[in-house]
Design a binder for this molecule. Structure first.
Ligand code: PXG
Length: 288
C-alpha cells in the first residue's frame, strides 16, 4: 500500500512520523474520513472545506493548498488501484517538545491513507441496528466546538466500548443537558409524524457531510427536516430512526434503549433515503 506523506508516496512500512508529533502525544490535529465510490471521491470539496475549517479553529496552518490536497487524495487512490474505498486524511500539529504548547511544533504532518472499507454487514441495513445510550457524554460544545473534527476521539471510543460491552453495535451519546448529540461516528435522525428531525450542531453534533446529503435528498422528496434539540424520549417514541455517516452511509435503527422504534423494522422513509443515497453516491464528487 502506498501512503501519501508530506508530498511523497511511500510504502506502508516507510510511512513513519516522529514520536514527538503532538498528534500522537496530545491528539493535536484534525482529520477527515472520505469515501470513494466507483472512481468518484464523494463530496471531496466539502471534506476539504471542513478540514480547512477544523484546522483554522485549532490555529493549525495547513502546509498545503486546497488544489494540492485535492490532487493528493485522488493520486493516493490511483496509486493504490482503488475505485471503491475509504480515504483517511490526517493533519497533525507536527513534532515538538514535551509540553502542551504548540510553539516550536512543526511542520505539520499531512498523511493520506486510502484503503478498502470494512462496512457494517448488509444484514444491518436490512434489519436495522439496536442502539443504547451510554454514560460517557459528548464533549460539551463550549469546551470544543463539535464541528471540529479533531484527533481527540477518546470519549467517543469509550462510548463505543460501553455499548459493545453490553451487546450493542452502537452507542447513543448525550450532551451535558441529557439531549441527544450523536452516535460515536454518526449523526442521528428521527422521523415523527412525517417530519425529519436531527439535533443541531449546538447539541454536540458534527456537521456531518452525510447528514447534509440526507437533508438534501429529503428536501427533494418534499419531506420537511428540522434541526431541533432531541431527547431520548423523542427517539423512543419516533416512527423511524436512522444514523448517517461516511462509513455507515444511511443505516436504520430499530431499537433505542430497549424500546422498539416504529414496528421494529426499518421504516419506509429510511429505506427510500438509503436507496437514493446509494443511487447518487457515485455521481456527487470528483472523478479520479
Ligand atoms: N459524528 C462524528 C463524531 C463523526 O466522527 C460523523 C458524525 C458523520 O459525519 P460524516 O461527515 O462522515 O457524515 C462523524 C464522522 C468510523 C469513523 O470509523 C467515522 C467517522 C469518523 C471517524 C471514524 O466509523 N465519522
Amino acid at each position: 500500500m502506498k501512503i501519501y506523506l508530506n508530498g511523497d508516496y511511500v510504502d506502508e512500512d516507510n510511512a513513519k512520523v516522529s514520536v514527538f508529533d503532538h498528534g500522537l502525544l496530545y491528539g493535536d490535529g484534525v482529520f477527515e474520513g472520505i469515501r470513494l465510490y466507483e472512481g468518484c471521491v464523494y463530496k471531496l470539496e466539502e471534506h476539504l472545506e471542513r478540514l480547512e475549517y477544523s484546522a483554522k479553529a485549532i490555529l493549525l496552518d495547513l502546509p498545503i493548498k486546497r488544489e494540492e490536497l485535492r490532487e493528493a487524495v485522488c493520486e493516493t487512490c490511483r496509486r493504490n488501484d482503488l475505485s471503491n474505498g475509504y480515504v483517511r486524511l490526517v493533519v497533525t500539529r507536527g513534532p515538538g517538545h514535551l509540553g502542551l504548547t504548540p510553539d516550536g511544533c512543526g511542520p505539520p504532518n499531512v498523511i493520506i491513507i486510502a484503503d478498502e472499507i470494512q462496512l457494517y454487514p448488509e444484514e444491518f441495513y436490512e434489519n436495522g441496528l439496536k442502539i443504547i445510550s451510554v454514560p460517557t457524554r459528548r464533549i460539551n460544545s463550549s469546551a470544543l466546538p463539535p464541528a471540529v473534527k479533531s484527533l481527540n476521539y477518546l470519549n467517543n471510543i469509550l462510548a463505543k466500548i460501553e455499548a459493545k460491552r453490553v451487546g450493542f453495535q452502537e452507542a447513543l451519546m448525550l450532551n451535558d443537558k441529557g439531549e441527544i448529540a450523536e452516535c460515536t461516528g454518526d449523526n442521528v435522525f428521527i422521523l415523527a409524524k412525517g417530519r425529519l428531525f436531527t439535533p443541531p450542531l449546538d447539541s454536540g453534533s458534527l456537521r456531518g457531510i452525510t447528514r447534509a446529503a440526507v437533508m438534501d435528498i429529503a428536501a427533494g422528496l418534499g419531506i420537511p427536516c428540522q434541526e431541533q434539540p432531541l431527547t431520548r424520549y423523542d427517539l423512543w417514541t419516533s416512527d423511524e430512526c436512522f444514523l448517517t455517516g461516511t462509513a455507515a452511509e444511511v443505516i436504520p435503527c430499530v431499537e433505542v434503549d430497549h424500546r422498539q422504534v416504529g414496528d421494529g423494522r426499518p421504516g419506509k422513509v429510511t429505506r427510500e433515503l438509503i436507496a437514493l443515497f446509494r443511487q447518487k453516491a457515485n455521481t456527487d464528487g470528483i472523478r479520479l
